[in-house]
Design a protein around this ligand. Structure first.
Ligand code: COA
Length: 417
């Protein structure tokens, strides 16, 4: 049984952050109706195309399990259809530039008048404040949310990460807010406004760096390798390269084949509790009782040398051999996996984290599945809709327009390819 079966979502989202949210709700079984501009659709349909005239992977990987209706919401008949959608659906999700929905004539006040049970959910780049009116994309959010200033190496520029923490991260926050508001509606009978700002989402994911900002006021951050290299701290949390960020020091180390394979590396953590095992495995048993190495505090000023010594050992093994040897000894480590390796990993296919779907014009392609697993409601990932694929059935069956009304709507140009 699909967990969100019967929940109707008016999906007014585009690009990545909003579509991530509604795709997640669709995987859980909600009926997601994606509203797109006739002739254009979600801009990502045509971006970064790998096959001419076929919806891009960018689009197909963000919009599976949805239905698509084309609708010009600035056309009078289009507004009538949108009004019916607002009255019919439980949730409206949008991530337009600030004010776009108001300019269309659908303010929160108007939406509440039309449907007091409506949950109106938005992603914006920033919350209220000096940047509230700004348009925002992923990397702007990473930079404004503290991700970039704390990512990269000490002697290099601020760096963004490949993980879409601003877009997909915020989309997931919004989905959580929507489901919470649906739960609240069960007792209150009323909808509410749900807002998730990308800056807030990134900052929330960077909380350990805000932690370190405050710790800086009480002395150097001793677990940062910068400390061991006698480089003084400034007044803001610095970039920490591959330092672990937690209480157990870690670093990325070369493995066998690193000279030719850019991903022949492992992440290696010198967890205090298994220090003796590490000393044995790398051939340094004398470090176990040496007062200069025996305790975590004694090791802090030697971390770079310690990791260099561990690397002398990891360079003799493949990243998978390192894992095979270290795991039974409880030494936390993990191979750096390339996208190629992940795409080919059978266990990720078995769990549905990566799925292959068959698209009517693209053919078979790989996409991500739901990273959250519900035991009673396993999702079936379906292909994304073609532009306007479901316009007719949504107008007739979902919204209850008559044949005559549908003819008029079509004649007005409010819907169409
Ligand atoms: N019918 C008629 N008009 C439509 C429409 C439809 N079905 N769908 C959208 N539009 C209109 C909007 O009303 C808007 O018109 P307006 O400027 O006259 O008010 C216009 O299309 C463009 O929308 P906008 O959101 O401004 O798109 P953009 O391409 O200029 O900006 C973003 C894209 C992502 C920068 C912007 O939407 C944004 O900042 N969103 C919030 C943050 C966010 O989610 N960012 C991450 C994206 S991954």
């Amino acid at each position: 049984m699909e967990a969100l079966k019967g929940v109707k979502i008016l999906d007014f989202t585009h690009v990545q952050s909003g579509p991530t949210c509604t795709q997640l709700l669709a995987w859980f079984g909600a009926d997601v109706v994606k509203v797109e501009r006739p002739g254009i659709g979600d801009i990502t349909r045509g971006q970064l195309r790998d096959i001419p005239d076929v919806d891009s992977l960018y689009f197909t990987m963000l919009n599976s399990n949805k239905r698509s209706i084309t609708l010009n919401t600035k056309n009078e008949k289009g507004k009538v259809v949108l009004e019916r959608l607002v009255k019919t659906c439980d949730v409206l999700v949008e991530n337009f530039a600030p004010g776009a929905l108001d300019r269309m004539g659908f303010s929160w006040e108007r939406i509440q008048e039309l449907n007091p049970r409506m949950i109106y959910a938005s992603v914006k780049g920033f919350g209220p404040g000096p940047f509230a009116d700004c348009k925002v994309y992923e990397n702007v959010a990473q930079c404004a949310g503290g991700g970039a200033s704390t990512t990269g190496f000490l002697d290099g520029p601020p760096t963004v990460t490949g993980a879409q923490i601003g877009d997909t991260g915020t989309g997931m926050n919004l989905a959580f807010g929507i489901v919470t508001a649906l739960f609240h509606r069960e007792s209150s009978g009323k909808g509410q406004r749900v807002q998730a700002a990308m800056q807030d989402g990134v900052l929330n994911l960077c909380r350990v760096k805000l932690r370190d900002q405050q710790r800086l006021g009480h002395g150097p951050l001793k677990e940062y390798s910068q400390h061991g290299r006698n480089i003084p701290f400034g007044d803001a949390t610095p970039r920490a390269g591959n330092d672990s960020g937690g209480g157990q020091p870690g670093w990325i180390l070369k493995c066998k084949g690193w000279e030719t394979d850019p991903n022949a590396y492992t992440y290696f953590i010198t967890q205090a509790a298994i220090w003796g095992n590490i000393c044995d495995v790398i051939g340094k048993p004398e470090w176990k009782d040496d007062p200069g190495y025996a305790t975590p505090d004694a090791r802090l000023d030697k971390l770079t040398d310690i990791f260099d010594t561990i690397e002398d050992w990891t360079k003799t093994k493949t990243k998978f051999e390192v894992m095979e040897i270290c795991n039974p000894l409880d030494i936390p480590c993990g191979p750096i996996l390339s996208m190629k390796e992940l795409a080919e990993e059978p266990s990720l296919r078995e769990t549905g984290t990566i799925v292959e779907v068959d698209h009517p014009t693209r053919g078979k392609y790989l996409t991500v599945g739901n990273p959250v697993k519900l035991s009673a409601s396993p999702p079936v990932v379906k292909p994304s809709p073609l532009l306007g694929e479901h316009t007719e059935e949504i107008l007739r069956d979902f919204l209850g327009f008559s044949d005559q009304e549908i003819t008029e709507i079509k004649a007005s140009g409010a819907v169409g390819k």
